[in-house]
Design a protein around this ligand. Structure first.
Ligand code: NAD
Length: 536
């Protein structure tokens, strides 16, 4: 860290304490006269932050305020976020980040992150040297083509890597100086964005085919040269690209795709926990998906591994999983089945979604469509007819796109549903019971994976790591949380979850011979020592 003095120290976001500089520090660092008299504690500063933030009337204004705080005083931002994570995470990430991305070009204040466009072809390794830090350990990269459930937002999608990096720091304690948000700005096919006079991105249609793939290749190779220990997290790519890049780079470099693998692990964790409530054996479950994109097919693939880990063979495991598309049950007789869904297209009579629930009696229903209202009253009631305690996981984001709301799920199942969702919902009173529905938030998984990969310097990120992460996460849900209807820990315990996941990831990395680090025996303490604590 640079030795700063006077005004330069006061305005440096990583080093400033603002009004918390002590009298002695004010004397030693040439700060006398530059600050009001009072020496505040970080907690007093947090009170001031919360007061100002809460006085804003809309979520987007709160987002802008918090982003400005991050740019002004990093430690104060992260301390506030960690200590008030339930209030702040939905403002920094989903659902507010969706709105922030749509408005990105209009609310832009200060450049954050790194932008690569087709004009940088052949020079990506050179321009990466412009990034001021050398020891980058986590990169979150998107090309903005499928932002949440909102579609092609072009360079406006930069809000997503910025938000995910904030979650890495707050939820797992990766040092902010070791994180880098990246936008592969290859154009946008969203005409209204290109026509927006304030749009900040590369204002041309997306490049595609060889031109697109070779640019991604160049980026991946350039990262290996400039930041050889960086973990690359692919984020919000169009589903075919998401799978293609995972297949292409997964065994070449340290990378993973959160929409596919992070979602899979958090969903699996929820299913593991649900078995603690229903008393059903995981190995006996039948699971049904609505939607066949990155989230659903990634989850199905991890579920196959999970079933195999409890004794089923691959074909038996695949037979436990069923897919519904817009026309109803996906069966072996369907035409044009996506290759990744093919193993789950079983022999069965063609039938509607509701009839498929009646016939197959799934224990768990997972929605990953991005389409609001697809779990309607008939669907939820049918799940509640074939199960004493139906498990319904409505993953779609943002909140306006959810398959059903928490309130609908409890009401239509007469309070019997075990419910989780992608977007956060508040408490629901049903009869004399107060439910606290849990959010199947990827933030329970990917920060811990990142921390574990960082600690172990694992060369690749494997499915076994995600399987281990899901088991660990389910294992730390308490009886009290379960009693309130939750299948995930409460958010204030997310750092604990990340720490435990990181330990498990290190163990997998060692067992799989992937760790390049000289790890001490006491992984618990070692990983704790790596975690950034934003204190003065
Ligand atoms: P995707 O675009 O890859 O897949 C969506 C799939 O749903 C497609 O296969 C599409 O054909 C299908 N679909 C759309 N409408 C349908 C309908 N009426 N009936 C049946 N199928 C339908 O998107 P994705 O990456 O898989 O994400 C899906 C949703 O899940 C998004 O809203 C995303 O934000 C959300 N998600 C949430 C989490 C989380 O909260 N943990 C994680 C990942 C994704």
């Amino acid at each position: 860290m640079k030795n700063l003095h006077g005004k330069a120290l006061l305005v440096d976001p990583a080093q400033t304490k603002s009004t918390a500089f002590t009298r002695e520090e004010r004397e030693n660092f040439g700060l006398r006269g530059l600050l009001p008299y009072e020496v505040a504690s970080i907690y007093k500063q947090i009170d001031r932050v919360l007061g100002s933030m809460r006085s804003k009337t809309s979520a987007i204004e709160k987002y802008i305020f918090l982003n400005a705080l991050l740019e002004r005083n990093q430690r104060l931002f992260y301390r506030t976020m960690i200590d008030h994570i339930e209030e702040i995470m939905p403002l920094v990430y989903t659902p507010t980040v969706g709105e922030a991305c749509k408005e990105f070009a209009h609310i832009f204040r200060k450049p954050q992150g790194f932008y690569i466009t087709p004009e940088d072809r052949g020079e990506i390794a050179t321009i990466l040297r412009n990034w001021p830090e050398d020891d980058i350990r986590v990169i979150v990269v998107t090309d903005g083509e499928r932002i949440l459930g909102l579609g092609d937002l072009g360079a406006n999608g930069m809000g997503i890597p910025i938000g995910k990096i904030a979650l890495y720091v707050a939820c797992a304690g990766i040092n902010p100086a070791q994180c880098m948000p990246v936008m592969l700005d290859v154009g946008t096919n969203n005409v209204s964005l290109r026509e927006d006079p304030l749009y900040l991105g590369y204002p041309y249609p997306r490049i595609s085919g060889v031109a697109y793939r070779s640019l991604v290749d160049e980026f991946i190779n350039a990262v290996q040269l400039r930041f050889p220990y960086a973990l690359i997290q692919f984020e919000d790519f169009l589903t075919p690209h998401a799978f293609e890049f995972l297949d292409r780079y997964g065994l070449q470099v340290r990378c993973f795709n959160d929409d596919i693998q992070g979602t899979a692990a958090v969903t699996l964790a929820g299913i593991y926990t649900s078995c603690r409530i229903t008393g059903k054996k995981f190995a006996d479950l039948q699971i049904m998906f609505l939607g066949a994109g990155s989230a659903a097919s990634g989850t199905a693939e991890l579920l196959v591994d999970a079933f195999c880990s409890v004794g089923l063979n691959k074909s038996q495991a695949q037979k436990r999983l069923w897919f519904i598309d817009r026309k109803g049950l996906v069966t072996a007789a369907n035409e044009n089945i996506k290759p990744r869904i093919l193993p789950f297209a079983h022999k069965h009579v063609a039938c509607s979604f509701v009839d498929a629930i009646e016939n197959i009696k799934p224990d768990v229903l997972i929605g990953a469509t991005g389409v609001a209202g697809t779990f309607n009253e008939t669907v939820v009631r049918k799940m509640a007819t074939v199960n004493e305690r139906p498990v319904i996981i409505a993953l779609s984001n943002p909140t306006s796109h959810t398959e059903c709301t928490a309130e609908q799920a409890y009401q239509w199942s007469d309070g019997r549903v075990i419910f989780a969702s992608g977007s956060p919902f508040g408490e629901v009173q049903y009869g004399d019971k107060l439910f606290k529905p849990a959010q199947g938030n990827n933030a329970y998984i990917f920060p811990g994976i990142g921390l574990g990969v960082y600690a172990s310097a694992a060369r690749f990120v494997t499915q076994k790591m995600f399987l281990a992460a899901a088991k660990v996460l389910a294992g730390i849900v308490t009886g009290q949380e379960i009693a309130a209807g939750a299948i995930y820990p409460t958010l204030p315990r997310v750092r604990k979850a990340s720490h435990a996941i990181a330990v498990a990831v290190c163990e997998v990395a060692i067992a799989e011979g992937l760790s390049d680090a000289n790890l001490p025996e006491d992984l618990n303490s070692y990983i704790k020592s790596l975690m950034y604590e934003p204190n003065y």
